[in-house]
Structure formats: structure tokens, C-alpha cells
Ligand binder design. Structure first.
Ligand code: FAD
Length: 264
């Protein structure tokens, strides 16, 4: 580690001011990505602004047909929330599938979404459910939020305050986890509402993406068999020591079928 200034503001306004005053500021949520990145000097901010004391960033509530989750809410809180279980139980199981107990107790939904790791689980739920990311200055739709690997539509000092998920008729998330980290080798989130089906896939490519072929097939016939003829192009898929691009393309269909089966 190296020297940096540590701040613990209590309001969003103070967090934003601290960021503006810093030479190279960064927000800290649970630190599960940021601290390891600082240890190996992938990140070297002059000022770390810890959001854990900021009022109003933690909590889960149902509001006007949506489930609203505060940015600093941990994965464990989402996994075990009865409010989530009543509204969108697929988000309970998504959060429960993240990492291990230590990761779930520190990692936050806002940190996960802001980081946009290509293998993170939340981006699939955020995109398939058509969620809205509420920041200190605006509302960003999921379809515009995830721009590239580890990149989002957030401005440098923009702070996520909450994420609002429309409550749908049914949804499911199934992933093929990396056996060590539990990150998604491939994860598929499917939501169904008013005859519309949304399918979002994480882990497979540089960033989370919707799959129009699967959406069309499942809108016509919501059954595993509807996906039988779908073959995703491996050219755009990630390939690494854990899984080849071809294997990931195959897993997308297998995970999607399992998600459909769990919703039938
Ligand atoms: C061993 C291990 C296993 C893991 N397994 C999984 C897994 O299976 N699935 C999965 O999805 N994830 C997994 N993760 C990631 C983990 O779940 C965290 O969600 C992720 O690391 C983000 O951590 P954090 O919330 O502590 O954010 P931090 O590390 O504190 O911050 C991450 C980034 O987000 C920014 N940020 C944080 N909060 C905000 C905000 N409110 N507004 C704007 N920017 C913000 C920070 O500035 C930083 O750039 C794993 C992590 C570890 C260490």
C-alpha cells in the first residue's frame, strides 16, 4: 500500500465535495474490488471517500411497482431480504450465488454495478429487468448504463444512490459459476412480464448483453424447446483458462434453458 487521504463523509453532498477537491478521488463501498486493486497498484487514488457512513444509501423498499435497493446494501442483505423475496425472488438467489459469505457480507450492489466486471452477476439482473440506476444527478436506464468491460455511463464523480427494479411477473437467474471465485463463467437472467421476455447474459462477453434471438424465441413459445435451434456466435465471446469462447456460447443456451425450466 501507499499513502492516501481517507475520508468518511455523512452526506452525499459532502462526498461529492470531497471528490471535487481531491486530485484523484475514488469512492469506497465494501472495498472488495477497490482494496485489492489498490494493493497491486492497479488503482492509486490520492483520496479514498468511504461511503459507508453516508445516510440513506442502505435499505430495500417496494415503491410504486418497483423494488428499490440502496447502493450500499450488501449482497447478503439482498439474499436474505423478505421484501426482495416477495417482489423479485430471482434477485435473492442471484445475490446468494455471489462469492462466499465474506464477499456477500462486504460487497455491495452499487459497487458491483459501478465496477461492471464482465463476470459479475448483478449486471444481468439489472439489464434483464430494465432497472434504473439513480445517481446524485440523474436516472440512467440499464440499457445505457453498461458501456464496455469495466466501464459504465457514470461520470467520474457520479455517485449511485439506488437501483430501482420494476417488479415483473416472473424471473430467474442461473449461472455456471467459476469453481474458485463463484463469478459467472456464464450467467443468464430471464424476466417475463406482460408477454415480453428479456434475456440478459453476463460472463460470456466483454460486457453484459441482451440476447434478442432468445427473447424472440421465448416470446413465441416460453419453453426450453424453443431454444433448441439457437446457437450463439462464439466470435464475440470471452476465452480464457476457465472456458473457451465456444464453450461459453454453448453454456449461454444451457443456462437459459435451465432458467426457463425453473420458471415453468
Ligand atoms: C473473492 C471474491 C469473489 C467474488 N465473487 C463474485 C461473484 O461470484 N459474483 C459477483 O458478481 N461478484 C463477485 N465478487 C465481487 C463482489 O461481489 C463485489 O460486488 C465487487 O467486488 C464490488 O465490491 P464493493 O461493493 O465492495 O465495491 P468497492 O470495491 O468498494 O468499489 C468498486 C468500484 O465501484 C465504485 N463504487 C462503489 N460504490 C459506488 C457508488 N455508490 N457510486 C459510484 N461508484 C461506486 C468504486 O469507486 C470502485 O471503483 C467477488 C469478489 C471477491 C473479492
Amino acid at each position: 500500500m501507499y499513502d492516501f487521504n481517507y475520508h468518511k463523509p455523512q452526506t452525499v453532498k459532502d462526498a461529492l465535495s470531497l471528490f471535487k477537491e481531491a486530485d484523484d478521488g475514488i469512492y469506497l463501498a465494501g472495498g472488495h474490488t477497490l482494496i485489492p486493486a489498490m494493493k497491486v497498484r492497479l488503482r492509486a487514488p490520492t483520496d479514498v471517500i468511504d461511503l459507508s457512513g453516508v445516510d440513506g444509501l442502505i435499505g430495500i423498499r417496494e415503491e410504486s411497482g418497483a423494488l428499490v435497493i440502496g447502493a450500499l446494501t450488501t449482497h447478503d442483505t439482498v439474499a436474505t431480504s423478505e421484501v426482495v423475496a416477495r417482489a423479485i425472488p430471482a434477485l435473492n438467489s442471484l445475490a446468494a450465488s455471489i462469492g462466499d459469505a465474506q464477499v456477500r457480507n462486504r460487497g455491495t450492489i452499487g459497487g458491483s454495478v459501478a465496477n461492471n466486471d464482465p463476470a459479475a452477476d448483478y449486471p444481468a439482473g439489472v439489464l434483464a429487468l430494465g432497472a434504473t440506476i439513480k445517481t446524485d444527478r440523474r436516472e440512467i436506464s440499464a440499457s445505457e448504463f453498461f458501456t464496455a468491460m469495466f466501464e459504465t455511463a457514470l461520470e467520474e464523480d457520479e455517485l449511485i444512490q439506488s437501483i430501482s427494479f420494476p417488479i415483473v411477473e416472473s424471473a430467474a437467474y442461473i449461472k455456471f459459476p467459476n469453481p474458485a471465485s463463484r463469478y459467472a463463467t456464464v450467467g443468464v437472467f430471464i424476466s417475463r412480464h406482460g408477454g415480453q421476455v428479456s434475456v440478459a447474459i453476463t460472463g460470456a462477453a466483454a460486457t453484459v448483453f441482451r440476447c434478442p434471438e432468445m427473447e424472440q424465441a421465448l416470446s413465441d413459445n416460453f419453453a426450453e424447446v424453443a431454444l433448441d435451434s439457437i446457437q450463439l456466435n462464439a466470435d464475440d465471446m470471452n476465452s480464457d483458462m476457465h472456458a473457451s469462447a465456444e464453450y461459453r456460447a454453448h453454456l449461454c443456451v444451457v443456462m437459459a434453458k435451465r432458467a426457463v425450466a425453473s420458471m415453468s
